[in-house]
Design a protein around this ligand. Structure first.
Ligand code: SIN
Length: 273
C-alpha cells in the first residue's frame, strides 16, 4: 500500500489495495489512521458490487441507513447521490458536513463513483483541523466555551423543487442537535472546527442575528484555498471522508450529463470539546 498526500492540509490517495476483498488488520489500521489524520482518503480503479461496497464499509463500523435519500434498489444501506442529464440541482452542492444535525453525528461516508461526467462533477474537501489551527489564540478561547445548534429541518424537512425524486420523508426531519463549536476528534485527538454552512443554525443561547456575523467569519475562513483540495473523480474512484475533520462541496458544473454515486455512511460517536 502506498500513501500520497493530495494537498498539504487535507487528503491522501491510497494505492495498492483492492477494496473488493476483505482487508487485513494492518491495511484496515493504516486506512483508519490516515483517515483520522488527513480527513479524507481516496482510492482509484476499484471495482465494487453493491455487496462488496457494503462489506467494505462494515469493516470500519456500523452502517447508518439514510432516512432522507433514495436507496440503491435492494440495498437500503446505499444512498443514491445522483444527478440525471435533465436535472439542474445536485446533492451536496454547498459546503457542509453530513449529519451534524444528528445528536450522534455520522463518522463519515464512503462515496463510490459508478458513472461520472466527461468533465466536471469534482468534490471539494476542506480541513477543519487546518481551519481551527489557523485561528488566533483569542478567537480559539472564545470558541472554546461555545456550543452550536444544528438542524436538518430547513434542508430535508421541506419539499425542494427539483429534488422530489431524490429526497423523501420530510416528516422525519424533526431533530435538532447541539454540539461543541470546537471538538476534539475522537480518533486523532486533534481539535477541529465543528460548525458548517449547511446545517448550523446558531450558537446555543445566542439569537440567529447575533450568531450570523461570527458564523459568517468562520465560514469564509474555513474555506481558504490552503485548507482545501479538489478531487477529480473517475468511474471506480472511492472517497472515504471523516465528517468530524472535513467539510465537502459537490461541484454542480456538468448539466446534461449523468453522475451516479453510491454512498454508504458510517455511524459515529457523541462529540466532545
Ligand atoms: C455529498 O454531499 O454527500 C455528495 C458529495 C458528492 O456527490 O460529491
Amino acid at each position: 500500500m502506498a500513501i500520497r498526500w493530495t494537498a498539504p492540509s487535507v487528503g491522501a490517495e491510497i494505492s495498492g489495495v483492492d477494496l473488493s476483498r476483505p482487508l487485513d488488520a494492518a491495511a484496515r489500521e493504516t486506512i483508519r489512521h490516515t483517515l483520522a489524520e488527513r480527513g479524507v482518503v481516496f482510492f482509484h480503479g476499484q471495482t465494487l458490487t453493491p455487496e462488496q461496497h457494503i462489506a467494505l464499509a462494515r469493516q470500519f463500523g456500523e452502517i447508518n441507513i439514510n432516512r432522507f435519500f433514495s436507496h440503491a434498489e435492494g440495498h437500503p444501506e446505499i444512498a443514491l447521490v445522483v444527478k440525471e442529464p435533465h436535472q439542474t440541482k445536485n446533492i451536496g452542492g454547498g459546503w457542509h458536513t453530513d449529519h451534524s444535525y444528528d445528536r450522534v453525528p455520522a463518522m463519515g461516508s464512503m462515496l463510490y463513483a459508478r458513472e461520472t461526467p466527461p468533465t466536471g462533477g469534482d468534490t471539494l474537501f476542506a480541513s477543519m483541523y487546518a481551519a481551527y489551527d489557523a485561528l488566533s489564540d483569542g478567537l480559539k478561547r472564545t470558541l472554546a466555551g461555545l456550543r452550536a445548534v444544528h438542524s436538518s429541518r430547513h434542508v430535508f424537512g421541506v419539499k425542494r423543487e427539483g429534488m422530489e425524486d431524490r429526497f423523501h420523508n420530510q416528516d422525519l426531519a424533526t431533530q435538532d442537535a447541539v454540539h461543541p463549536v470546537v471538538i476534539t476528534h475522537p480518533d486523532s485527538g486533534r481539535k477541529a472546527l465543528y460548525v458548517n454552512p449547511g446545517f448550523t443554525l446558531r450558537f446555543e443561547g445566542w439569537t440567529d442575528e447575533e450568531s450570523r456575523s461570527l458564523l459568517s467569519y468562520l465560514y469564509q475562513h474555513a474555506v481558504r484555498p490552503e485548507f482545501a483540495y479538489r478531487f477529480a473523480w473517475q468511474s471506480g474512484s472511492l472517497a472515504f471522508w471523516d465528517n468530524r475533520a472535513t467539510w465537502h462541496y459537490a461541484v454542480n458544473d456538468y448539466h446534461g450529463e449523468r453522475r451516479l454515486m453510491h454512498r454508504i455512511t458510517l455511524e459515529g460517536v457523541p462529540l466532545a470539546a
